[in-house]
Write a protein that binds this ligand. Structure first.
Ligand code: SF4
Ligand code: SF4
Length: 176
């Protein structure tokens, strides 16, 4: 495999600065609406705020990889004396919860770092500066990149089986 230079994009989250305003959820869902900025709905956001005001918990979490099955062993974090629920820090779009799934189709959502924008919009819109953006270059082995369509198809295949998905595509292509 050949080596390629890869841009590593990092969003640093300072949970102590997050005030729970949810502006990040609004701008993310609005940026990814179709047409762009035509609507906003936090359920469609690729960043979600895990929120428990009684425990003073405000934890922004980014949508990561899709996983077809939930894990059997789970983590529970206690940070700064605050106990987080199981799965709170997890970024996966997973069958065990509704987070990071497109509400109409159920397809997985994944943060794309606002592809094409100079800076992730959730970072720009976080006036509390709980989110900050960093970039660096690293040399890596080249690997095939899954686009949104592949991720969506993979999740449909896991849910309904390959044959059913292929039959549906064949039926749709006949309709033209
Ligand atoms: S915009 Fe910033 S302060 Fe507001 S909820 Fe999101 S991370 Fe927290
Ligand atoms: S970086 Fe962009 S896509 Fe990712 S959560 Fe923030 S606004 Fe959404």
């Amino acid at each position: 495999m050949s080596k390629v230079k890869k841009k590593i994009k990092v969003i640093k989250i300072d949970v102590d600065k997050c005030n729970g305003c949810r502006a990040c959820e609004l701008i993310c869902s609005s940026f990814h609406a179709s047409p762009k900025y035509s609507s906003n709905n936090p359920e469609r956001s690729r960043i979600r705020l895990i929120r428990d005001p009684i425990k003073d918990i405000y934890l922004p979490v980014y949508a990561g990889e899709y996983t077809p099955s939930e894990c059997t062993g789970r983590n529970k974090y206690v940070l700064d004396g605050r106990e987080y629920s199981e799965c709170d820090t997890c970024r996966a779009s997973c069958p065990s919860r509704s987070l990071f799934k497109e509400p109409d189709s159920g397809l997985p959502l994944k943060c794309d770092m606002c592809d094409g924008e100079e800076e992730p919009l959730c970072v720009t819109w976080c006036l509390a500066k709980a989110l900050t953006y960093e970039e660096r270059e690293e040399e890596r082995e080249e690997e095939p990149k899954l686009g949104e369509m592949e991720i969506g198809l993979e999740s449909l295949v896991h849910r309904h089986g390959l044959q059913k998905v292929m039959d549906t595509i064949a039926r749709l292509s006949k309709k033209g």
